[in-house]
Ligand binder design. Structure first.
Ligand SMILES: N[C@@H](CCC(=O)N[C@@H](CS)C(=O)NCC(=O)O)C(=O)O
Length: 316
């Protein structure tokens, strides 16, 4: 098996989701630390523009978004399963809610001045300003919740999660953990990191016990790797064969020039030649001066695929 190279930073909730999946599946992985704010030249050389955290690299294949990264890890190491057959639909749907609604509610709640140093470390006022400016630019016009609104919503969400555990089962959807647990967990983990505000969890004692149970999976076996070495590995590898069934729901053929862009925030397009289009995934091939030829993969859900028009109006 080719090595799993994980680009992340310690205080990133979505990274924690995947680190814990490495632990759940007892996987060994290479850890590349990336900056939490732009610029991120070595990451962008691999992705072609996608700047969010985390990213998984396997040779010259680059996987964006944790929904897809979780699918890839399931293919590589199917047991224990992230999508137990009897709850596959429910677990994916609950995970999608946690990764969007619950996550942004937690973010709006924890980014209060009293908790900031716990989340970002001891920043100077200039660094704090730079962080705020980076995130404001990344979020663009996405609506922002007030602290009051977030507090009320979070209390209600915690009640719902506590209710899911009320019958004494160890995980949210049954006796085994599923992707839903990992997606809810990274939000609760970030909330716990925001120590001065974490007492909101006291109203959900079963959820706190569940969080301890989740944390016990650990992070698998990480080993440090420099980002320059990750780039060399990409440059020397060739991407995995992509002879998958091409599912065309958009009238764009394999080989056409396209862009793939998130639909929610950090709307940076990645351009390339459309190589893969399955029911759940797109991938584009692009060539980077440093990383060489790479294939960048995205989940369909949460991303937009567009054909690139030439200046003359012709389609390439
Ligand atoms: N839907 C994405 C969300 C990723 C995300 O928003 N990550 C945060 C960090 S936890 C981020 O990218 N922040 C900005 C950055 O790291 O540059 C996923 O599942 O991977």
């Amino acid at each position: 098996m080719r090595e799993l190279i994980f680009h992340h930073y310690p205080n990133s909730p979505f990274s924690e989701k995947i680190r814990l999946i490495f632990g759940f599946k007892k996987l060994a992985w290479k850890s590349v630390l990336i900056p939490p704010v732009m610029p991120k030249p070595n990451l962008i050389a691999l992705t072609g523009g996608y700047r969010r955290t985390p990213v998984l690299q396997i040779g010259a294949d680059i996987y964006c978004d944790t929904a897809l990264i979780a699918d890839v890890l399931e293919r590589i190491a199917p047991s224990p399963a992230l999508y137990p057959a009897e709850v596959e639909g429910a677990s994916r749907t609950l995970a999608q809610w946690a990764d969007s609604t619950l996550f942004w509610t937690v973010i709006a709640y924890v980014f209060q001045p009293v908790a900031m140093p716990h989340l970002l470390g001891p920043l100077t006022p200039e660094q704090m300003k730079a962080f705020a400016a980076d995130r404001a630019a990344m979020r663009g016009n996405a609506p922002r919740m007030s602290v009051g609104e977030a507090t009320g919503n979070l209390r209600e969400y915690l009640r719902r999660l506590e209710n899911m555990l009320a019958d004494g089962k160890p995980f949210l959807l049954g006796s085994a953990a599923s992707i839903a647990d990992f997606s809810v967990y990274h939000c609760i983990w970030f909330l716990q990191l925001a120590k001065p505000l974490a007492s909101i969890l006291d109203a959900a004692p079963r959820l706190k016990e569940w969080a301890d149970r989740m944390a016990a999976f650990g992070h698998g076996e990480p080993e440090k790797l420099r980002s320059e070495s990750a780039l060399e590995i990409a440059a020397q590898a060739s991407a995995a064969a992509a002879d998958l069934l091409f599912v065309d729901t958009h009238g764009i053929a394999r080989g056409e020039r396209v862009s793939v862009t998130p639909t929610d925030y950090a709307l940076d397009p990645v351009e390339g030649e459309l190589l893969v289009s399955t029911d759940t995934e797109w991938a584009v091939r692009r060539t980077d001066p440093v990383a060489g030829e790479v294939v960048v993969h995205f989940p369909r859900i949460g991303f937009q695929l567009k054909k690139i028009q030439t200046n003359s109006g012709e389609q390439t």
